[in-house]
Design a protein around this ligand. Structure first.
Ligand SMILES: C[S@@+](CC[C@H](N)C(=O)[O-])C[C@H]1O[C@@H](n2cnc3c(N)ncnc32)[C@H](O)[C@@H]1O
Length: 408
């Protein structure tokens, strides 16, 4: 596949369906590479089909792995087959900003990042939301910064919907600006329909997983004048077993996305401190050691899964950690196992797992964009005029794709 030229315009009209089809074909073709999870499947079937890549995964050292983990967009040091796939993925996920000017990053603090997200969302949606007097409905509003800002800028009433009472302004006794109502409600509950105006302008900044789909359904049912959604946490399915494709192209796709597959689309989320990273690495090493023991004890090449461990357990020496997993979670342990053998074997296996994760992540952004475009295309099919692009820099949030639809 030839890389496409860089996008200079947000996707709209037929370009949404074209890109969705291209992503769908690419993701389906390379599914054997990204579907198996390296932590669970130690020897994926693709090792037989791509021996060069398999050999790299099994031999690459800590230094190059760390460098590639630190710079998610780097292809330096990747084997040619993987570098080529990464170039294809980059071309397929090229996306222009929705607004002409993106706010310049100022600081790195959480508050300033939220400010950049809200400012970018506002700039990217103002044209679609301008005109008329539609009530702005902010879905999963949290503290409601976005809805309040839109209300002020557009001089509109706003309804901010949020489940958590500690985030709702009235529950906190905070004064509210005139024309803004912050309502404590579970948007998955049917009762939400009673709270909604007809022909509202529905907006959602990072409504997790299926909550975004719920907004699209509810907004269409209420004849929304405009819809703007920046999805996040795709794997949060709230009881569903897999993502339910919304568009005709999505429904015809061979992809079947359960929570594990969907989690890949947000795997770049956490920028962790060196201390947290070291702790996470230790937990992974302990888990791999546990897995080695379970595989040896049972003779089955199967992952031993158990719930997350508390900090005090992660600090335990290997022998005590294994004993805790045996007592708490029924880990089968071979008689007379030697920690001096299992420890280094876990270190080596964890290196292979981390390298496998680098291979898998080539599909991360394609999957994220596929999900956004499936939602966008469903709005096109519902008769809306739709654009898809970025609304802020990735430094403000990695979940920076925005779908904007306007009733015609
Ligand atoms: C990732 S936060 C985003 C908050 C806000 N939009 C922002 O960008 O700061 C997701 C919000 O959805 C809320 N939420 C989760 N499930 C919900 C539900 N079923 N009904 C209403 N709100 C919900 C959470 O409490 C949380 O405030």
């Amino acid at each position: 596949m030839l890389p496409r030229p860089l996008e200079t315009e947000p996707l709209s009209g037929a370009a949404i369906a074209d890109r969705l089809r291209a992503l769908d074909a690419w993701l389906s073709e390379h599914a054997p590479l990204w579907e198996p999870r390296p932590f669970v499947t130690w020897r994926p079937a693709w090792w037989d089909d791509a021996p060069d890549l398999a050999s790299w995964v099994q031999t690459v050292g800590d230094g190059p792995i760390q460098a590639l983990e630190d710079d998610l967009s780097s292809t330096v040091g990747l084997p040619e087959r993987l570098a080529s796939l990464a170039r294809q993925a980059a071309a397929l996920t090229e996306l222009a900003p929705l607004a002409g000017a993106q706010p310049t990053p100022r600081g790195r603090g959480v508050k300033s990042r939220k400010g950049e997200q809200v400012g970018g969302f506002l700039a990217a949606t103002e044209h679609a939301l301008r005109g008329g007097d539609a009530v702005v409905v902010e879905w999963c509003a949290g503290r409601g910064h976005l809805g309040r800002t839109l209300s002020e800028r557009l001089e509109r009433e706003a309804l901010l919907l949020e489940r958590d009472p500690s985030l709702c302004a009235p529950a906190r006794g905070a004064p509210e600006r005139s024309g803004v109502r912050h309502v404590c409600v579970d948007v998955l509950d049917d009762a939400v329909h009673h709270a909604l105006p007809d022909r509202g302008a529905f907006v959602a900044l990072h409504a997790c997983g299926r909550l975004t789909d719920r907004m699209l359904d509810v907004a269409l049912a209420h004849g929304a004048s405009a819809i703007a959604a920046a999805p996040c946490c795709a794997h949060r399915l709230f009881g569903a077993l897999r993502y339910a494709p919304r568009s005709a192209i999505g429904r015809a796709s061979a992809l079947s996305l359960d929570a594990n597959a969907l989690r890949l689309s947000v795997l770049d989320e956490a920028s962790v401190s060196p201390r947290d990273r070291a702790r996470r690495q230790r937990e992974h090493w302990l888990r791999v050691a546990v897995d080695l023991l379970a595989r040896e004890a049972t003779g089955a090449d199967e992952h031993f899964s158990f719930p997350s461990a508390a900090a005090e357990q992660i600090d335990l020496p290997l022998v005590e950690f294994v004993d805790w997993v045996r007592r708490a979670h029924g880990l089968p342990v071979p008689a007379g196992w030697d920690p001096d053998q299992v420890g280094p074997a876990a270190t080596q296996q964890l290196r292979v797992i981390r390298a496998g994760a680098i291979v898998r992540r080539v599909a991360r952004r394609p999957l994220e964009l596929w999900l956004a475009l499936d939602r966008a295309q469903s709005l096109v099919e519902a008769g809306l005029e739709v654009s898809v692009g970025t609304f802020c820099a990735r430094t403000a949030t990695p979940r920076n794709i925005l779908i904007v639809g306007r009733a015609t």
